[in-house]
Design a protein around this ligand. Structure first.
Ligand SMILES: [Zn+2]
Length: 352
């Protein structure tokens, strides 16, 4: 619980909404996604590394002084990137750090902003012709599509110049969705509307071969995932073909590394892991066993399985003949080497 917020109806409504969308794996996976409320010169925004699903269990919101942050943003001050210099410390006894997407929230004029890694949205947003495909579906919603740029300051700058007064919905190519409103209820209604408009058919996947997967998993430090959709990446041929093309969005790189690692035909897990090390992949958080299913590294943080589940959910909504755009090697590198993400990764390794 958060004693700063309990007696505050507006923030309480945002926390309730945060917990609801955080509990829905089709909207938010692991520490991804964030919410904010602007009021009385302060923007309350989700803390970096915090899980929206825990919004009612522990303090997850950080108060940031809005005017100085917007001034600094105007001057392209690099201090905006982490926004830690703008935290209203007196209201932040836990010393939480603001989300790496704080400036994106600040740049939107609306009181309430929700950012989610919505599976239905991502399945459109990774397509090269997303704008043309989304136009008839989102008609009338005050929407726009922002081409892929690295989250943080680069994305905020693009958003700032793209947003119009009537913008309520922003689709982020190869990333996710932002919806805005004057109240938590209004923003949630828009979110539900967008999700229902963007619903796609889900291709059923063959069952995993649990016995084959389990045979050498534990001995190698791996386990079977609990989420069915993780297996689908490896059991569904079309999903596997798509997964092999590369990384679709930033959180994949942060928690699973670049692209995917799959065992070769008849390759034993131990041999595959040795090859992964030789290829500089270290110990992959996710190992795909084509036709059989997937394994998760036992020591990987809980976020890894959540993100892998998102990958399966997205891929089962995509067809191999669609113009899917994966991140370039340069875009992958910019995420892999980004200091702010190293902090989020470090937090994910800490026990909750
Ligand atoms: Zn995001």
């Amino acid at each position: 619980m958060d004693s700063r917020i309990d007696s505050d109806p507006e923030l309480s409504a945002l926390l309730d909404l945060s917990a609801r969308i955080g509990a829905d794996a089709s909207l938010v996976q692991g520490p991804g996604g964030n919410t904010s409320l602007k009021r009385d010169g302060v923007m309350w925004v989700k803390a970096s590394g915090a899980w929206l699903s825990q919004a009612r269990e522990r303090p997850i919101m950080v108060p940031v002084r809005l005017a100085p942050l917007l001034d600094a943003l105007e001057q392209a001050d690099p201090a905006c990137e982490t926004a830690t210099a703008f935290v209203a410390s007196a209201l932040n006894p836990q010393g939480l750090r603001p989300s790496i997407e704080t400036t994106m929230h600040a740049a939107l004029p609306h009181r309430v902003v929700l950012h989610v890694h919505c599976v239905e949205t991502i399945a459109w947003a990774v397509q090269a012709d997303a704008r043309a495909k989304l136009a008839p579906l989102l008609d009338g919603l005050g929407w726009l599509l922002v081409p892929y740029v690295r989250p943080g300051l680069p994305l905020t700058q693009v958003m700032k110049s793209a947003v119009r007064t009537d913008t309520r919905v922003v689709v982020l190519a190869n990333h996710g969705l932002v919806v805005c409103g004057e109240t938590a209820a209004a923003a949630e209604a828009t979110l539900r509307d967008v999700v229902s408009r963007l619903k796609r058919a889900v291709r059923p996947a063959p069952q995993p071969d649990a016995a084959a997967l389990a045979a050498s998993a534990a001995a190698c430090g791996y386990r079977l995932p609990q989420l069915e959709s993780v297996h689908a990446v490896a059991t569904d041929r079309e999903s596997l073909e798509l997964a092999r093309r590369g990384s679709l969005y930033p959180d994949h790189i942060v928690f699973l590394g670049r692209g995917v690692f799959a065992l070769g035909p008849e390759e034993a897990l131990g041999d595959g892991l040795q090859r992964a090390r030789a290829e500089g992949r270290g110990e992959p958080a996710l190992v795909l066993v084509p036709g059989k299913g997937a394994l998760i590294r036992a020591a990987a943080p809980p976020a890894a399985e959540a993100i892998a589940g998102c990958l399966g959910d997205v891929l089962q909504r995509l067809r191999a003949d669609e113009p899917v755009r994966v991140l370039t090697a340069e875009e992958e590198g910019a995420i892999a080497d980004w200091d702010a993400e190293l902090y989020r990764k470090a937090l994910a390794r800490r026990p909750a």
